[in-house]
Every structure is written in C-alpha cells, then in structure tokens.
Design a protein around this ligand. Sequence first.
Ligand SMILES: NC(=O)c1ccc[n+]([C@@H]2O[C@H](COP(=O)([O-])OP(=O)(O)OC[C@H]3O[C@@H](n4cnc5c(N)ncnc54)[C@H](O)[C@@H]3O)[C@@H](O)[C@H]2O)c1
Ligand SMILES: [Zn+2]
Ligand SMILES: [Zn+2]
Length: 361
Amino acid sequence: MLNARAAVVFDAGADPQLTDVQIREPVGDEVLVRIDAVGICHTDVSVAARFRKLPMVFGHEGAGTVVQAGPEATPRVGDQVVLTFASCGTCGNCRSDAPAYCAQSTDLNMRGNRDALHLDGAPVGGGFFGQSSFCTYAIAGSRNAVVLPDLLDPALAAPLGCSVQTGVGAVLNVLAPQPADALVVFGAGAVGLSAVMAARIAGCRTIVAVDPIAQRRALATELGATATIDPTGCDAAAAVLELTGGAASAVDTTARPEVLAAAVGVLRERGTLALLGLGALTADLPVAAIMGKGLTLRGVVEGDSEPQTFIPRLVELHRRGELPLDKLVSRYPFDDFDRAWVAAKAADVVKPVLITGAVGS
Ligand SMILES: NC(=O)c1ccc[n+]([C@@H]2O[C@H](COP(=O)([O-])OP(=O)(O)OC[C@H]3O[C@@H](n4cnc5c(N)ncnc54)[C@H](O)[C@@H]3O)[C@@H](O)[C@H]2O)c1
Ligand SMILES: [Zn+2]
Ligand SMILES: [Zn+2]
C-alpha cells in the first residue's frame, strides 16, 4: 500500500474533498501511475452529482508516469502514459477495433468497482473510466494506459484521454467531412472546440460554432470556426441555415433536448448529427424531416477511437501545430482542487487541469 492524496466524493451530490488515501500495488496487466496532471471533464461533474456508490474517486483524464508494473503489463516503469477509457479486449466490438462500445464498458468504466483505494482500512470506489485519476496515484490496465512516443507536457497530454479524443474523433473518425461541407458544432466546451479544431484539420471551408458564452465563441474563432452564433434569444437553427444553406454535419455537445432538435434542423439532405453530450435522456425530434431528408443520427462514444493508435495520432497533430491544446487548458495546483472544480461547474474555464507536485499558473 502506498499513500496518496485523492479528491473523494463522500456524500451524494457533494463536491469532492482532498483526503489522504492508500492505493494497492498493480497486479496482472495493471500499472501504477504517478499522476502528473489530470483534466476535469464535464462527465466527472455530471456523474459525480448522481453517483450513489460512495465514497468514490472520479477523474478520467489522467496523464503521468508508470512507477510500478504488474507482471503482464505492457507499459514499463518510467513510461509517460495518457490514461483513457477501459475496455475488455475480448468482446466482438473490442476485437473489431471499436473498444468504445465494449460489451463490458459500463462495468469497467462507470461502476467504481476496482478495489484499488482504501481510506483508513475501508474501501473507496475506484476504477472510474478504468483509472480514478483525481488522485496523486492511479491504477490502470495496459489497454487504457497509452504510452506516449515522446515526452509531452502532462497538462496538455491529460485531456487527450477523453475530451479531445471525443471531439476530434467524432469529426475525423465518424463524420469525415469533405472540404466543401459545412460542419456545425453546438456547444463550444472542450469537446466542441476539439471538434472545431478537427473540422479545420479536415479542411472544412465552413465551420460554425454555437454557444451562449462569448469567450468560448471567441476561442472557437481562434481555433478555426468561420462563424459563431449566440443562441440566446435567437433561432440558432435558422441563423445556421442562413449561413450555410444546410450543413452536411453537426455535432451536439450540449445534451439539451431543444438543441438536439435545432441541430437536426440545420442538416441538409443525407446529413449526419453526431450525438456527443451526455444528459438528455429523451428528446422531441422532427421525425418526418429525419426520414424525408435521409438524415443520420449517430451516437459517438470517445470519438469511436482505438486509443492505442488514435492518442499517438493526436500527439502528432499537436506537434505539427494543428491541435493547439494550450488554448484549451487552465492549470491549477492539485491542492486547489476545489477552485478548479468550481470553475468547471461554472464553465469559467474550458479545460481545468490539475497539476500534482507543481505550481499551477
Ligand atoms: N460521448 C462521449 O464519449 C463524451 C466524452 C466526453 C464528454 N462527453 C459529454 O460531452 C458534453 C460536453 O463536454 P464538455 O466538457 O465540452 O462540456 P461543457 O459544459 O464545457 O460544454 C458544453 C457547452 O455547451 C454550451 N451550451 C449550453 N447551452 C447551449 C445552447 N443552447 N446552444 C449551444 N451551446 C450551448 C455551454 O455554454 C458549454 O460551453 C458533456 O455532456 C460531457 O458529459 C461525452
Ligand atoms: Zn470489450
Ligand atoms: Zn470525459
């Protein structure tokens, strides 16, 4: 057992609290990772608010260094790794390079049932997204610890594990737009802005970002949006249609039922809406238009990515200057977890990243 410091949720709906915990040694194909940086994703905030199996450690955008490896682990001690979602590796979807749709995904990512963490001898839920990286150390499996080919600032590497992989992957792996196609992104948080960066990489000549927050619209423009729309008090779908004449692709990251209907409304014939946001359990959608225009509504988990190949590709895009991750990230010392969590909940910053053992800026 090793001593570590974790942000633990103790009571239903309560914010995490920094607490001393103990973490066990890795077994089998697991690695023990010293977390150097960890991003807060909106999914941490929304799942933590309704999680009932407590106490629990969230966090699923960990980046760090392997300090101990189980006997069957592939990463080695000293490797820099990005932690991502877990998958079984043996089900049909894993075997056909679609691990985001792993048959065991819920058990491996969402239940908090890895027995890695203790607090004064009592178990604390771990293994969120196969990691629980709101902690100075985390245990991950070899499949969800991606070794980086070259060293990368951990604060920039961290969000590759979820938000960036999700937004970029939805565009490059699923929508695959042609340069002449218009692409519209609803919600310019870390996921939506990653989709904007990917649309620019794909060469889309028209990229529209819709978000009520002025700073996020400005950042979207800086990252490649050719137009932005403030949906407050306006008919966003009509405004997008006027700009584009109908888009081939749209991405929803808001998970708001009324935005989903608007996103369907901006599509031209045979267009596709990628559903990325988590939260809208049902939505009232224009079925006749979906049918008549031959539209596709496609749920996308983690950008459909196969992380062991896609995350190194994202690192390469960053290295070439095509994924300016530093524009998304705001750094906080791990000890300031509370401040970063409040900023994430209030959407004050796009991607808060906690830095362990270092001074944030
Ligand atoms: N599918 C996946 O695999 C996956 C992975 C990561 C995150 N997510 C989910 O994706 C969503 C986005 O994550 P994020 O971290 O970017 O969150 P975020 O909260 O930072 O971004 C959402 C954005 O939507 C904007 N918004 C609110 N109302 C709007 C409206 N009416 N029209 C347009 N925009 C509006 C907000 O201002 C905000 O900027 C979350 O629901 C998250 O849980 C899904
Ligand atoms: Zn599987
Ligand atoms: Zn996430």
